[in-house]
Design a binder for this molecule. Structure first.
Ligand SMILES: [Zn+2]
Length: 376
């Protein structure tokens, strides 16, 4: 473990707010903008680590909620931390568990003290508060940890969104104070902007977090059912409120076009279950749009999944074979489909970084403005 956590903006695109950057972590440097594959329970589903390494994935996500319930953060700590447990050499970001608790709405109750929730596995009673989620993430050994936040549901009345945002801000301060006790500058704790779809609440939330001096800031509480245009509006008005010299992370978003549009607004980091979950459901992202591999038109299609992709799935297997694996429920269907979708996302981010470096990132927006890739 060497070095301090840090971030540099290396270049700004001339026509948009897109930035090329570099995150420095104790587990290596991560070029941004970056997409982080989701490794919920200590594994990116259906994707071996050495394939992730071969695709040059430098950072993945782990879920505090799931790892806390199973196998337990104390056990992971005894086994040397999450990196060692899952033998992942790159960086790991863990969420705080707030969003998972939020998604199991019927199983939880929230108060100023924290969140009482029942395990979705066995119904056992559990409690998260700001201090607890920091303790868990420290035990896991995350390179980047997240504060506990209350993810406001959509739609939310203004007064409810305001109360929820204010509580998240108080929790953020408690998390920061707890985090500082460990005195380890190789890791970072990020704040999370809430405030639903109300720009003035987002502004107040961002200002309170900037004051707390987090080394990175996330935009949370989006992609929870609001219309797309509204999501883009909120991202666009929130990003300029975040510090220029710190990484900006849009949580849980999204599709390839979401990533392009948010990069243009100045977002640096993304995570989403879409490429991995869709892969298991036979929905594949390609340079020619989305493909549902179960469709009969692929039954005798000997072509590759994506002629412009160089992943192992596209080099070796036909659409006909991938359709057969999917329809027969073979485990390899999820494996090959996931490899392709992750490869597609990471390859897209690599091309985005190259285009920012060369000042032609704006070209990515043109097909979207013309509506050419709206179906993806
Ligand atoms: Zn491929």
């Amino acid at each position: 473990m060497t070095g301090r956590f840090g971030f540099e903006v290396l270049h700004k695109d001339s026509r948009t707010n897109a930035r090329l950057g570099m995150l420095h972590t104790a587990h290596g440097d991560v070029p941004t903008p970056v997409f982080m594959p989701v490794g919920t329970a200590g594994a990116v589903k259906a994707m071996p680590n050495d394939w992730l390494e071969a695709l040059e994935a430098r950072i993945i996500l782990g879920n505090t909620y799931h790892l806390y319930l199973r196998p337990g953060h104390e056990r992971i700590k005894r086994l040397g931390g999450l990196h060692r447990f899952m033998d992942w050499q790159g960086a790991i970001l863990t969420d705080s568990g707030g969003y998972q608790v939020f998604s199991h709405r019927e199983l939880r109750s929230i108060s100023e003290d924290g969140v009482q929730f029942r395990s979705h596995l066995d119904g056992s009673k559990n409690f998260f508060n700001p201090e607890k989620v920091i303790e868990i993430q420290c035990a896991l050994g995350s390179d980047i940890a997240m504060v506990l936040d209350d993810c406001t549901a959509y739609p939310a009345a203004y007064a409810d969104a305001e109360a929820s945002m204010e509580m998240s801000a108080r929790w953020a301060r408690k998390c920061r104070d707890q985090w500082r006790k460990q005195d380890d500058e190789s890791r970072a704790l990020f704040g999370i902007v809430q405030g639903s779809v109300y720009p003035d609440l987002r502004k107040r939330s961002a200002e309170s977090l900037v004051e707390l001096d987090f080394p990175g800031m996330a935009i949370g509480g989006l992609s929870v059912g609001e219309p797309k245009d509204l999501m883009y509006e909120i991202v666009e008005c929130t990003v300029p409120l975040l510090r220029w010299d710190r990484p900006r992370y849009l949580m849980g978003v999204g599709t390839p076009q979401d990533l392009v549009r948010a990069v243009a607004m100045g977002v640096d980091m993304f995570d989403c279950v879409l490429p991995t979950r869709n892969a298991r459901n036979g929905c594949l992202f390609t340079s020619e749009g989305r493909i549902l591999i179960k469709n009969a038109i692929y039954a005798e299609d000997q072509g590759p999944l994506d002629p412009n992709c160089s992943c192992l799935t596209c080099r070796r297997y036909s659409r006909a074979y991938l359709r057969h694996l999917f329809l027969t429920g073979e485990h390899l269907s999820a494996v090959y489909n996931t490899l392709h979708n992750i490869s597609f996302y990471l390859d897209m981010m690599r091309k985005i970084r190259e285009s920012i470096q060369l000042d032609f990132f704006g070209n990515w927006l043109e097909p979207m403005e013309k509506g050419e890739i709206e179906s993806r």
